[in-house]
Structures are given as C-alpha cells and as structure tokens.
Design a protein around this ligand. Sequence first.
Ligand code: HEM
Length: 186
Amino acid sequence: MIPSSLAWYVARSAGLLAWMLLTASVLWGLTLSGKALRRPRPAWQLDVHRFLGGMATIFTGMHVGAILADSYVHFDLASVTVPFASAWRPAAVAWGVVAVWLLLAVELTSLARAHMPRRLWRAIHVASFPLFLFATVHALSAGTDTRTWLFRFAAAGAVLAMCGLLAHRMSSRRPSPRPALTQRGA
Ligand code: HEM
C-alpha cells in the first residue's frame, strides 16, 4: 500500500505540474491562433501545443490517481467524477471535477480532429477557456501550495496574459466581408 504522505505529495506536485502545462498549452494555442506569428506556421509550433495539452492530461491523471490512492482523506470514484459528491470541500473539488470533464472533451476531440467536422471541433475546443478558469479556481480553493504568494502571482499573471492575448486576437480578426452592393439605384 502507498504511504498516505507519498500519495499526498504526488497529488500536490502532479496537480501543480498539470496546471502549469495546461496554462502553457492554452497560452501557446492562443498565440498560434492570433496574427502575431509568421504564416505559414512551421509544424513544430502546433506539435508543441499538442505536447503541452497531452502532458497536462497525463499529469491530471496522476493527480487524480494519487488523490484516490491517498488514504488520509477518503475519495472514491464518485467523488472524483461527480461534482459535489466529495465529502471533503465539495465546492473546491467540484471545480476540478468539471475541469477534468472539459479537459477530456478538448483532448479527445483534438486526437480525433481529422475525423470530425471542423465547426464541431472548434466549438468544443473553445471549452479550453472555461477549463483553464475552472482548474485555476480549483487550485486556488483546494490547494496547499497554491496559498503561497508565488502561485497567486503566477495565476494572476496567467489570467492577465490570457485576457491580453484574447483581446489581441479579437481586435486582429478580419471583418466579415460585406454583402456585395447592388448597382440598382446607384
Ligand atoms: C477529478 C478532478 C480533481 C480532483 C478530485 C482534485 C482534487 C484535489 C485535491 C483534493 C486537492 C488538494 C490537495 C492538497 O491537499 O493540497 C487538489 C489540489 C490541486 N489540484 Fe486538483 N483535483 C482535480 C482536478 C484537477 C485539475 C484538472 C487540475 C489542473 C489541471 C488540478 C490542479 C490542482 C492543483 C494545482 C492543486 C494545488 C496543489 C497544492 O497546492 O498542493 N486538479 N486537487
């Protein structure tokens, strides 16, 4: 049996790594979709985005697995899959549970992208923004290390960077073409 303190350390460190990788993936994805980078894009730029998302999913799996293995606070399958089913700080954990469902939706549809209608893939992919917000609120409300000023500073920086990149992307979006003017009455 895994000692409870080891499982707890694994849960905390994997949670922090998952959050950092997720943040990096969303920020890099936003940078790629904006107009700041030269086009056509070299393939490695998208590979980096995919790699960060994949690693975030793996570390989230480690985080949740270690939470289940920790015998100090009892977490069963329902408490890690159903929002508010956890007896331990139900609201703080619920943010994480919903974040995991969103992460799975974004990650699995990214893997199946070539076989999906582009509009549907896009509609699901924008769930990355609520995913990042839910994971951040979860980390701030459930965590031990996240009570430090260092994490709070990093989280505030990530949220600001996200808002800046979103604003830049919306302002640089091409206006939709106007309907052609008819010659009649001109
Ligand atoms: C089923 C979903 C989840 C459950 C049940 C869960 C559970 C927990 C629990 C119990 C803690 C408190 C650990 C402690 O005592 O410090 C925690 C902290 C944390 N979680 Fe989650 N979590 C989930 C999903 C996520 C996701 C999706 C992320 C990010 C991608 C995440 C990132 C974090 C971080 C960064 C911490 C703070 C670690 C610390 O400060 O010690 N969690 N989580």
